[in-house]
Design a protein around this ligand. Structure first.
Ligand code: CTP
Length: 407
């Protein structure tokens, strides 16, 4: 196996304290042979199982275990390592490290680097069969999977305890192949939206009452920003029309800041005609004060017992009417009840091609969270709805764009 897609990749190889650590040497060797640069981070216990000098000789880099180097006083930055890496692989991953990763117990260099890593993370669990079968391990693995960690399932076979069961770390050649396939798919998608223009609305809108007060909603923009980042990564020209949000602009994205629904409509209309795909992820306030009062409304005023409201324009519906053949329009529906029914009604009435439903009643879905759980419905009634598991919003963004690609 040549593992051609590993060439020039930066890989953090995390090693934890388990018998299978001896196989990490073979894994490091396979990565290096395929042309990857490998930085090993060991937990303190891992050093009992394999000598750091073996790993540094194989990788040509000093092994990192401590926050500080005792000899030189040098500070190892987990943040820099996390940014340097294209992928992080923890093999073997013990029950203890999996638990620390799942709960954020950053008491060593490896877990700290994991928490700072911006790259995809893979774990290859290795432990005795009873530990593997314990509900606590299953729970931690499910949490990590929901956080977007790729789990390289352990094999069934003879274990260090001489018992036979599930818990053997996957063979190094297979782990290297998983990484190779992952990078191959990544480079295929990095061009999948090349030449396409994607217009995205995100965040809340803010409707001013007076200079200090407004009507808005709890949207933080995370879902829309994740889609913008993913579309840019796939090579699209991305315009992100954003209501007030405190998120950084994703790399390669042109961001247009707006405040009210009317401003958002104007900005979306500007770019809609030239867009191939429009994804309306904003939580647009449905109503705005009928009148803006240009000075602070005082408490003493006794003539105010209500604020007159007017309906805001429906941005998705407006562009749905402008849609030309070949353009795709995708909307969101955030519902508290009767989700599927309401989503399908919105899909039809706004002339959307596809709608993404997230339900506020699902734990971990909705406003402000880093995760979401969505179902997707199609205008093409011959296509059944697709339901996804609870995932990190980045993974949800990838699912949404993969689904759009099938339209
Ligand atoms: N939308 C929009 N402009 C609005 C309201 C909604 O573009 N004024 C878009 C949203 O970005 C989303 C979809 O329409 O893609 C559905 O939004 P949602 O707030 O769930 O639905 P509403 O149409 O506002 O209906 P309701 O508030 O009654 O549920």
């Amino acid at each position: 196996m040549d593992n051609l897609n590993l060439k020039n990749k930066h890989i953090i190889l995390g090693i934890t304290g388990g018998i299978a650590a001896y196989k990490s040497a073979v894994l490091a060797r396979l990565f290096v042979k395929a042309g990857a640069e490998v930085q090993v981070i060991m937990t303190p216990n891992a050093r009992e199982f394999i000598a750091p000098v073996t790993m540094s000789a194989l990788t040509g880099k000093p092994v990192v275990t401590q926050f500080f180097s005792a000899n030189s006083g040098e500070w190892h930055s987990h943040v820099d390592l996390g940014l340097w890496a294209d992928a992080m692989v923890i093999a073997p991953a013990t029950a203890c490290t999996l638990a620390k990763m799942a709960t954020g117990v950053a008491d060593n260099m490896l877990v700290t680097s994991y928490l700072s890593a911006k790259c995809p993370v893979f774990v290859a669990p290795a432990m005795d069969l009873d530990m593997m079968a314990h509900p606590s391990t299953a729970r931690n693995l499910a949490t990590l999977a929901a956080d977007g960690v790729h789990i390289i399932e352990p094999a069934t076979g003879e274990l260090a305890s001489h018992l036979t069961g599930r818990g053997r770390m996957e063979e190094p050649a297979r782990i290297a192949a998983v990484l190779d396939e992952f990078f191959a798919a990544q480079s295929a998608d990095s061009a999948s939206l090349a030449g396409k223009k994607v217009l995205i609305s995100a965040g809340p809108t803010v409707e001013r009452i007076d200079p200090v007060r407004y009507i808005s909603n709890f949207s933080t923009g995370k879902m829309g920003y994740a889609i913008a980042a993913e579309a840019a990564r796939r090579g699209a020209e991305v315009v992100l029309v954003s209501g007030p949000c405190s998120l950084p602009t994703p790399a390669g994205v042109r961001r247009v800041d707006v405040e009210s629904a009317r401003e958002m409509l104007a900005a979306v209309e500007q770019d809609f005609a030239s867009a191939d795909i429009a994804i309306m992820a904003a939580a647009v306030a449905d109503y705005a004060p009928a009148e803006y009062v240009d000075h602070k409304i005082k408490r003493e005023r006794d003539d105010i017992d209500s604020i007159a409201l007017v309906k805001n324009p429906d941005i998705a519906r407006t562009v749905g009417q402008m849609k030309r053949p070949g353009q795709l329009l995708v909307g969101f529906a955030l519902e508290t009840d009767h989700g599927p029914e309401n989503a399908v009604n919105k899909l039809r009435s706004k002339k959307l091609d596809m709608i993404v439903l997230n339900s506020l009643s699902d734990p971990g879905a909705g406003f402000g969270t880093d995760t979401n759980k969505v179902s997707i419905f199609f205008a093409d009634t011959s296509r059944p709805a697709v339901r996804f598991e609870l995932k990190d919003k980045t993974a949800v963004a990838a699912d949404i764009l993969d689904t759009i690609a099938t339209l």
